[in-house]
Write a protein that binds this ligand. Sequence first.
Ligand code: NDP
Length: 416
Amino acid sequence: MLLCPCLVIFLRVALSSFYGSLSAAYNALLDFGPANFFLLYAPRPDFKVTLGYGVWILLQVALYQFLPSKLSTGQLTPAGNLLKYRTNGLLAWIITHVLFLTLSIFGFLDPAILARHWEALLVTANIAGFLLTGLAYAKAHLSPTHEKDRKFSGSIMYDVYMGIELNPRIGKYFDFKLFTNGRPGIVAWTLIDFSFIAYQYQTHGYITKSILVSTILHTIYVVDFFINEDWYLRTIDICHDHFGFYLAWGSLVWLPAVYTLQTQYLARNPILWSNFQAAAILITGIGGYILFRSVNHQKDLVRRTKGICNLWGAPAKVLRVKYQTNDGLEHDSLLLFSGWWGLARHVNYLGDLILSYSMCATCGFTHLLPWTYAIFMTILLIHRCWRDEERCSKKYGKGWEEYCKRVRWVIVPGIY
Ligand code: NDP
């Protein structure tokens, strides 16, 4: 937990003070020693930036809470709770971006404001990430939302890290997990990109195809997330992960800092692609996205229709399985094994990886730093497979074994 902020700061220092070279930054770290290195290069807080960050969070809370919203239903929790969620993310994303654009066009806001204050923003976001982690831990003990959906590991550190409460809430609908991941995390993603595009324009006098392709791919992913916010309620983040440092700090710091590294890099180090090269990266990325969306859609459809639907022109093939919730009640579920889901058990991760590598390819092959996102996604998704398979195996027992026999591959059919 202490290493993560250092890593984020190190990446930024490498980008701003060492021309994006990780090895140069690392050599300086060795030369100066870690304490002197961070004293010399680490960003400093700025009161006005902290104030601006506070306004940003309040704006997102207000949009989440007060914009009109449909109520979507999550999945049954281990304690047997079925929760409703306010899913108005698309409207919040549109309003935030239109506001940013309008204020920029009419001269009330420098569109490069986030890029120019990025260092101080990182400091504030880190403080916010740790405060939220502490709040989540204290709330889980003092005022839990659903007592029986808490998970204690026996280790205080692990509880702080992975969280105790499954669905911490304030009031009936303010859900910490959906809010933190979606709004200060994912809404910020494209806003930061746009700000770094403005920064590139202001410092170099032009906007490159590479930064545009990278931003287009990010925007597709982000807008898709909000159009399908309902689907997100049936993913591991919402259904199974508890709310601690991993999700709180991850959404407030890691996501905005690392997922935008490509545009941060390109704003300072423009890369000029030919039309053909830019189109090739864009098309590969869109291909990855189509795979990602199509696979996720199939699972969502099958779960919503309880297996009564067609995939690729044939009735979906599902394995009917059973599991028990903590209250001892038995429930039915199903595991799809046709369509994409007949090829590999996590083929949705493959689409995501193709998209991630395409996003990073916009930055060329001279530096490793802008590839951090793709490397991170590879580790995250492989680790997710292991975590998820262990959990599903405990949950469904023999049913899961039977499913694995029918669908042999994990992510890449024929290879892994
Ligand atoms: P999934 O959406 O694949 O959800 C996994 C869960 O689905 C399992 O725990 C199980 O839950 C259920 N399930 C597993 N196999 C089947 C099956 N054959 N049929 C029906 N249900 C099944 O995974 P994630 O939540 O990890 O990811 C969702 C998407 O989000 C992925 O495309 C991933 O790439 C992306 N993602 C992106 C991240 C980013 O930071 N950019 C981070 C994480 C994910 P149950 O208990 O309900 O059976």
